[in-house]
Every structure is written in structure tokens, then in C-alpha cells.
Design a protein around this ligand. Structure first.
Ligand code: TYD
Length: 136
């Protein structure tokens, strides 16, 4: 599966409460230009179901847990995120689907660029064709 991987972030354990952090370029392979988060997801709902041509992201379960399924057009890999000090690095050109959100889950996403609707691929067949064209 491409270069997708779980990245362990710092965890500063403290009896007052733990602290984690991530630094652009130093800890993840991109500069952070945008942060967004998904929350209040009703049971049984899913998010994502698209790919990005250029965008790279780090997906963090800031609270609770959820599933992330990645698909590079050839193989699929499913990850279960449930630790606030772990992030899933999602490189560009990968279809993602998020689901199985626990009650109160917060999905925090660090992104390599500003929001740009033109850079999304929302149709799965178009995604497969795109992958074929970039692999040729
Ligand atoms: P989208 O990325 O399509 O989420 P999903 O694929 O899970 O449905 O985003 C949903 C809506 O939010 C869409 O109308 C675009 C808007 N949006 C922004 O305006 N800025 C952002 O940074 C993001 C991620 C989404």
C-alpha cells in the first residue's frame, strides 16, 4: 500500500494529563497548511469515499476510535485508529473511507494544502483510471 503508514508521535506522560504534538516536516513528510476535524458522527455513518490528487494528510483519532480503509487501486488496507498519539499518514492518490466511529470520536486531520475542491476525485471509476494513468 503505497507509503501509507502509522506514525508514532511524541507522548509526554504526565500525572496532570498527557500531551502529544506533531511538527510539520520534522515528524511528518509535509508542511501543515490546514487542520480540520470531524465530530458528532451519528452511529453507522461514514465519511470520505474520495481520493486527492496531490493532498497529503495525517489522520489522528484525537478522541475515541474509527476505521480508515485505504485503497491505492490495487490493494486495500484497513486501520483502526484509537490512540491520540498515533497518526495515519495518507499519501496523495489514495482512496479513503472512514467509518465505525465510536460515540464521541473526533477525527483530526492535518493537511498539506488549503482546501481545493478541484483536487478531489469523488468517483471510484475515475480514481481507478487516474491511478492507471499515473502508473503508466
Ligand atoms: P469533504 O472533504 O467532502 O468530506 P467527506 O468526503 O467526508 O464528505 O468535506 C465536506 C464539506 O466540507 C464539503 O462541502 C467541503 C467542505 N470542506 C471545506 O470547506 N474545507 C475543508 O477543509 C474540508 C475538509 C471540507
Amino acid at each position: 500500500m503505497n507509503n501509507a503508514k502509522i506514525i508514532q508521535m511524541a507522548k509526554i506522560a504526565d500525572p496532570r494529563g498527557n500531551l502529544s504534538f506533531v511538527q510539520g516536516v520534522k515528524d511528518i513528510p509535509f508542511e501543515i497548511k490546514r487542520v480540520y476535524w470531524i465530530y458528532d458522527v451519528p452511529g453507522g455513518e461514514s465519511r470520505g469515499s474520495h481520493a486527492h490528487k496531490e493532498l497529503q494528510q495525517l489522520i489522528i483519532a484525537a478522541s475515541g476510535s474509527f476505521r480508515v480503509t485505504l485503497d491505492d487501486g490495487k490493494e486495500k488496507q484497513t486501520y483502526y485508529l484509537n490512540k491520540p498519539y498515533e497518526g495515519l499518514y495518507v499519501p496523495s492518490g489514495v482512496w479513503r473511507d472512514l467509518g465505525d466511529f465510536s460515540s464521541g470520536a473526533v477525527c483530526m486531520v492535518l493537511a498539506s494544502d488549503y482546501y481545493n475542491a478541484d483536487e478531489y476525485i469523488r468517483d471510484y471509476d475515475e480514481f481507478l483510471n487516474y491511478r492507471k494513468s499515473v502508473n503508466e
